[in-house]
Design a protein. Structure first.
Length: 660
């Protein structure tokens, strides 16, 4: 069963005509004569499109349209209004209520069916892969049926058309995978069909095979000159025809365009603007015969009002009209960005060269006298729509090229940035290694003279202090204290340098046991301290044992130091599980610090407490930060003055030595 199309019209003739037409296109028609029947169908059926008359015996079609748009289940269903009320104000009212299309009666069936297919595609349904479609255009019913049987036996889906005109419309509607067209046809012949297809950007990639029953040797040259992909004589074996078709379809299937434009032969809407009702009617009948839907406006203002709510494919505009003239209307249209690209053909009864120049200067794309043959007018309309399609295709190509160039430029910039960053990282690693080697060498070399200064100061105090007054002895004490302080700084710097250069060997560690070992050492060094130590059991992670010992020595050592003056001191080691993983912590209830200065904590030589109150070098937390960074983690702290501090760190892996 095909997709359901709801047809709501009180005319039995219209319902039967449209049901037959859309049924032939694979849809399932659901005809209704009243609003009440339509409501039941919408509740019962999975409707893909509604074709709705405005005037119904039990209600207003626009009222039903509003119900559909306000419904939570049906609001997205495309709706095509079909009405004999074809005045501009009626069109505007219908489109403003929420219609996707408005077609005036009498309608052109092929236009309604084509637009129905386009609108129904807005509500796609999941379906199994469909067989490839072949369109056969031939005026011989016998040959059509014979070819159809052979193609269906080969796995193709087949569409049939008895004339060139019908074949072109079928090609625009169905977009088949291949076309087989007879050379000799009533009306538009096969070569012309191929040429028309090749001029259509949406259809030009469809492979076409031209058939002929003629024995003329020049027939093949004419066929290929028209743009056909192959030439086949009807007397050839059907297996040869199928083989050629398979080859053509296979070659075409490898070239899938990125964006398929609307076909020149698909449904098109023409806006005709003229104050002469007689001429408008004649124009409308001629264009509807070509499969166009024609919207009629009797003045320039009506045309502008309609263009504000509905797009059209071409505008036919009378030059001389009361009120807003054709010239002024043209200027208004061509100055509006949304509609300025619509092809506009100026119509006039004046056989005047200056009038033509005046109209073209106003922005018209073409100019034609009303006295001209309507066939010429239709050809001009086709030419303008074709020109517009070519311009849009070129614009899409330019945009695609610009997009490709932009993407290439972005990729090039990203690559260059990545290369520059990589070079900077390598240079930074080299500089860091040089700096660490230099600092290690300098620090190591400073230890010898410092030891001399410290040793001689101690000797002076021990053996020659009797020869010094109190002030002199005080100076020596201060010299010795300074050298010892400098020695501690050098030792810490050497320790930091070793940590930065040491290889990281990760294995599964019991962090609880490691923290307990460090805590035991602290207790043994300070047996008189009463500190409650709480270490959560079962803490483990992949890390370097030696480096993690340094982390706990610094964090627990700081906690031990900063709780020295705290009654009922408490130090806790544990973990908090965040959404991104575990965060290990060392918490104390000691002196704490002001969070305003937390950013300085992990920088070398940065201290938040006075040396006299809590001695230290300011290197310990910088060492912790370096170790945690080399494990791919991060470290941070939270605290309050007089309440205590909590240091958190994460562990995610190991990084090469020297990286920051």
């Amino acid at each position: 069963m095909g997709e359901a199309v709801l047809i709501v019209d009180d005319s039995l003739t219209v319902r039967m005509d449209l049901a037959e037409a859309i049924g032939a296109e694979g849809f399932r028609a659901v005809p209704c004569a009243t609003v009440a029947e339509a409501r039941l169908a919408l509740a019962r059926e999975d409707i893909r499109l509604v074709i709705l008359d405005v005037l119904l015996p039990d209600g207003d079609g626009l009222g039903l349209l509003k119900e559909i748009r306000d419904s939570s289940t049906c609001s997205s269903i495309p709706v095509m209004l079909l009405s004999s009320e074809a005045e501009v104000r009626d069109r505007i009212r219908g489109l403003a209520t929420g219609a996707d299309e408005y077609v005036g009666k009498p309608y052109e069936t092929s236009y309604v069916v084509s637009r129905a297919r386009e609108l129904a595609q807005r509500c796609p349904v999941e379906c199994a892969p469909q067989p490839r479609t072949i369109l056969v255009i031939d005026d011989s019913a016998t040959f059509r049926m014979e070819l159809r049987s052979s193609l269906e036996a080969a796995g193709y889906k087949v569409l049939l058309a008895p004339s060139g005109e019908e074949g072109l419309r079928a090609a625009a509607d169905a977009r088949p995978h291949g076309i087989i067209v007879d050379d000799v046809l009533p009306g538009v012949d096969g070569a012309t069909v191929v040429r028309r297809l090749r001029l259509d950007a949406a259809l030009r990639r469809i492979p076409c095979l031209l058939l002929t029953g003629s024995g003329d040797q020049s027939a093949e040259l004419r066929a290929l000159d028209s743009g056909a992909d192959g030439f086949i004589r009807k007397e050839e074996d059907i297996a040869v025809i199928l083989a050629r078709l398979d080859a053509a379809v296979r070659a075409a299937s490898s070239e899938v365009p990125a964006e398929v434009p609307a076909s020149l032969l698909g449904p098109k809407k023409i806006l005709a603007v003229d104050d002469s009702l007689t001429y408008l009617q004649a124009l409308s009948e001629a264009l509807r015969g070509e499969g166009y839907d024609v919207a009629l406006a009797h003045s320039g203002q009506e045309a502008l009002d309609l263009l504000a709510v509905q797009q059209v494919d071409c505008i036919l505009l009378d030059l001389l009209m009361p009120g807003l003239s054709g010239h002024d209307t043209c200027c208004r249209i061509k100055s509006a960005p949304i509609v300025r690209e619509i092809p506009l053909i100026m119509l006039t009864a004046l056989e005047d060269r200056q009038a033509m120049i005046h109209g073209l200067r106003a922005g018209a794309d073409d100019y034609i006298a009303k006295s001209s043959d309507l066939e010429v007018l239709k050809a001009r309309v086709r030419a303008q729509i074709r020109r517009k399609q070519f311009e849009e295709e070129n614009r899409r190509i330019r945009e695609r090229l610009l997009r490709t160039e932009h993407e290439a430029a972005e990729a090039r910039a990203v690559r260059e940035l990545a290369e520059a960053r990589a070079a900077l990282v390598l240079e930074l690693e080299r500089k860091n290694k040089e700096l660490e080697a230099f600092s290690y060498s300098v620090s190591h070399d400073l230890r010898a003279p410092l030891r001399s200064i410290d040793g001689f100061s101690q000797a002076l105090l021990e053996h020659y202090s009797d020869g010094l007054d109190e002030k002199g002895r005080g100076y020596l004490v201060r010299v010795r204290a300074a050298t010892q302080r400098m020695g501690e700084l050098i030792d810490d710097l050497l320790h930091l340098s070793r940590v930065s250069r040491a290889e990281v060997h990760t294995r599964r560690l019991d962090l609880s046991k490691l923290a307990q070992s460090v805590a035991t050492e602290l207790k043994s060094k300070h047996p008189d301290r009463q500190v409650e130590l709480v270490i959560e059991q079962g803490l483990s992670s992949d890390a370097d044992a030696g480096l993690m010992r340094v982390v706990f020595e610094n964090l627990l050592g700081n906690a031990w130091k900063f709780t020295e003056k705290t009654p009922q001191a408490r130090i806790e080691v544990g973990v908090q599980h965040k959404e991104w993983g575990p965060a290990y912590l060392v918490r104390d209830n000691g002196a704490g610090f002001d969070m305003e200065y937390a950013g300085k904590l992990f920088q070398p030589f940065q201290r938040l407490h006075a040396e006299a109150e809590f001695p230290g070098t300011g290197i310990g937390l910088a060492t912790v930060s370096r170790i945690i960074d080399r494990h791919g983690g991060r470290v941070w702290a939270e605290a309050a003055v007089g309440v205590g501090a909590t240091f958190y760190f994460t562990l995610e892996g190991a990084r090469p030595g020297g990286l920051r």
